[in-house]
Design a protein around this ligand. Structure first.
Ligand SMILES: NC(=O)c1ccc[n+]([C@@H]2O[C@H](COP(=O)([O-])OP(=O)(O)OC[C@H]3O[C@@H](n4cnc5c(N)ncnc54)[C@H](OP(=O)(O)O)[C@@H]3O)[C@@H](O)[C@H]2O)c1
Length: 335
């Protein structure tokens, strides 16, 4: 089968389309014939080697973190889905493989695709949608009346985050360039700051919590606008000890590394009297079922910036790396 394969860490030349053996589902796993796969910044971060300290991958390996497709076969003990079922998933972090004609996925990471969603739309939901849900509902505990700042509202995660925060009853303040303004307004944002011309800390009232999608200097400025006792959840800053203990199976060696690496952000947070949490999202079929149902009921609208045929995945990756996508980039495979 064709698979977009990582042969070594580095630039775009390290990932190529190759003919590889079709994977075989092990116990509790399902073989899926992939019909569409979503792209995420983590795809090129993995390729670059940025995630090497966290993810243990044996190279060569097939890339790709999320998919939609049709069940082809079940491994031993996997019974929830039948051949022919339409399914979607954020695949396992240490067994990737969505950028291929067939992929193996643990049964508990899969959910059914509602009839009303096509493969392309379903493939755009898992990683970004789950990240937004876990950050806003579980980490920030957004409730009606909560005022949240979401930096980077126009991208893959941001477009889900605005909609989910609104669904949870929040008032949403977000940042976007002029190019993304109409989109984030359409998603439901109440206040939009043009980050190319204004600094949010100069113009907004304090918020109850913040979801940071940008990291770096933007994250540092975020601590100053969150009320004392509030929380900043980042997915783009620096991992901190709880990233290791809560999100990475309690890897205590990594917790010590993250303690040092996040010192600057934790010090900013402490000075502002807020909590700093870096979330590394987790796959979940049951949480994805919730998002799929929201999309089916038109309470959640996946936004697709562009679609490429699988054969042109190099071009899709290049567009993703430019960092200006409005919503998600998806590749499709022939049915
Ligand atoms: N830790 C985790 O579990 C996890 C999970 C998912 C994602 N992430 C990370 O979260 C980040 C966002 O992911 P994504 O999928 O949303 O990325 P994305 O879709 O590539 O984001 C692109 C969007 O970001 C906007 N943008 C760029 N710089 C900005 C800035 N300074 N302020 C406001 N908006 C800005 C761009 O708008 P303009 O072009 O108009 O400027 C563009 O629309 C990435 O670093 C990703 O790796 C982490």
């Amino acid at each position: 089968m064709k698979a977009y394969t990582l042969t070594g860490y580095g630039d775009a030349s390290k990932a190529q389309m190759r003919e590889v053996e079709r994977p075989v589902p092990g116990p509790g796993e399902v073989l899926v014939r992939v019909r569409a796969a979503g792209l995420n910044p983590v795809d090129y971060k993995i390729r670059d080697g940025m995630l090497k300290p966290i993810l243990r991958l044996d190279l060569p390996t097939t890339l790709g973190n999320e998919l939609a497709g049709v069940v082809e076969a079940n491994g031993k003990g996997a019974r929830r889905f039948l051949p022919g079922n339409r399914v979607m998933a954020r695949v396992g972090k240490e067994r990737l493989g969505a950028f291929a004609e067939y992929a193996v996925v643990r049964e508990e990471f899969l959910t059914d695709i509602p009839e009303s969603l096509d493969f392309k739309t379903a493939a755009a939901i898992p990683l970004a949608g789950l990240t937004a849900l876990q950050a806003l509902r579980d980490e920030l505990q957004v409730k009606p009346g909560f005022r949240v700042l979401i930096t980077g509202g126009a991208g893959g995660v941001g477009t889900f985050a605005i909609q989910i925060a609104k669904h949870l009853g929040a008032e949403v303040v977000t940042t976007a360039s002029q190019r993304g303004r109409d989109l984030v307004k359409d998603m439901g944002a109440d206040v939009v700051i043009d980050y190319e011309h204004e600094k949010f800390e100069d113009v907004i009232d304090p918020v109850d919590g913040a979801f940071d999608l940008i990291g770096g200097e933007t994250l540092s400025r975020t601590f100053g606008v969150v009320k004392k006792g509030g929380r900043v959840v980042s997915i783009a800053g620096m991992p901190e000890p709880r990233t290791a203990t809560k999100d990475l199976d309690g890897r205590y060696g990594l917790a010590a590394t993250f303690w040092f690496a996040s010192l600057k952000f934790r010090a900013h947070a402490a000075r502002a009297g807020v909590d700093y949490r870096y979330l590394f999202m987790h796959p979940s079929g049951s949480e994805l079922a919730y998002l799929a149902e929201m999309a089916h009921r038109r309470l959640l609208k996946p936004v697709i910036d562009s679609t490429y045929p699988f054969e042109k995945i190099d071009e899709a990756m290049a567009e993703l790396e430019e960092g200006h996508a409005k919503g998600k980039i998806v590749v499709t495979l022939d049915g």
